[in-house]
Design a protein around this ligand. Structure first.
Ligand SMILES: Nc1ccn([C@@H]2O[C@H](COP(=O)(O)O)[C@@H](O)[C@H]2O)c(=O)n1
Length: 258
């Protein structure tokens, strides 16, 4: 299995002979408005892709869209992904949006129901995009569990905070690899309040729930409302002594897991 951090929540996963592209945000640096109010008002994305879009799309068998927020499925992705590419989405509402854009090969996932995609079993699992009212404002999100007889189990958590369901998913699927969105993204003032995705303490909770797993943290420093830098996260995991359990890839960096 090969994991590559592309930018923000955009990653690729080569798994069981299939290449998955997750949450494509393909815009050039500064191509869309900032999410406000936030500590920074720079235009998004904050950084360029580490490769060309053509290179990124080469060999992709399927795209997984965990939800349709702009930093997970942006206008550039809507324009540049081939309209017949296989696409997995969380619900009919998201699929309707993609169909209206001209995408023709969409499969809607169903929570806790495994789908066989060319020998790879992918299962939608729940997520919570913030706490309380914030999660309601932010809308539905999903995570995905990947299983294959010759691969370690991967849990892609998506845009979620730590809550009881994440622990339940870890207990149920016992993933060896956990992919987290951990940028502590949040807004300043007004609604929605609080963190929208995991921060360092949430990541630590995941570590405690799965101390044998390798955790890879994405969704860092690429959109303006981020709250946790790579440096701060690395300092935190060093203080906790869990630097061999928690990996913090730079954009473009990849890992192979045997
Ligand atoms: N005041 C605001 C500003 C932005 N949003 C939406 O939040 C999403 C941020 O992206 P995440 O990856 O962190 O989910 C984006 O869809 C914005 O439209 C908001 O709800 N309220």
């Amino acid at each position: 299995m090969n994991f590559q951090q592309i930018r923000n929540a955009t990653i690729t996963l080569e798994y069981g002979g299939q290449k998955f592209l997750v949450d494509p945000m393909l815009s050039k640096k500064g191509e869309f408005d900032p999410f406000l109010p936030a500590e920074r008002d720079d235009r998004n994305p904050l950084v360029e892709l580490p490769m060309s879009v053509d290179e990124l799309l080469e060999g992709v068998d399927a795209v997984i869209i965990t939800h349709t927020h702009e930093d997970h499925f942006d206008q550039a992705a809507k324009d540049q992904l081939p309209k017949d590419i296989k696409m997995f989405m969380q619900d009919e509402e998201d699929a309707k949006l993609a169909k209206e854009l001209g995408f023709t090969n969409i499969e809607v996932m169903e929570e806790e129901v495994a789908i066989d995609f060319n020998g790879v079993e992918i299962t939608e699992v729940d997520g919570r995009h913030g706490y309380g009212e914030t999660a309601e404002l932010m809308g539905n999100v999903m995570g995905v569990v990947f299983q294959h007889p010759e691969e370690e189990t991967v849990y892609l958590a998506g845009d979620t905070v730590w809550y009881e369901k994440v622990e339940e998913i870890i207990d149920t699927y016992t993933p060896e690899i956990i992919l987290l969105n951990g940028g502590e993204n949040h807004f300043t003032g007004g609604r929605p309040v609080g963190n929208l995705i995991m921060g360092k303490e949430d990541i630590y909770e995941v570590y405690k729930a799965a101390p044998e797993a390798t955790i890879v943290v994405s969704h860092l420093e690429a959109v303006n409302h981020w709250g946790l830098s790579r440096e701060e996260l690395k300092n935190f995991i060093n203080e906790k002594g869990i630097q061999s359990n928690v990996l913090v890839p730079d954009d473009g960096e990849s890992y192979t897991f045997e």
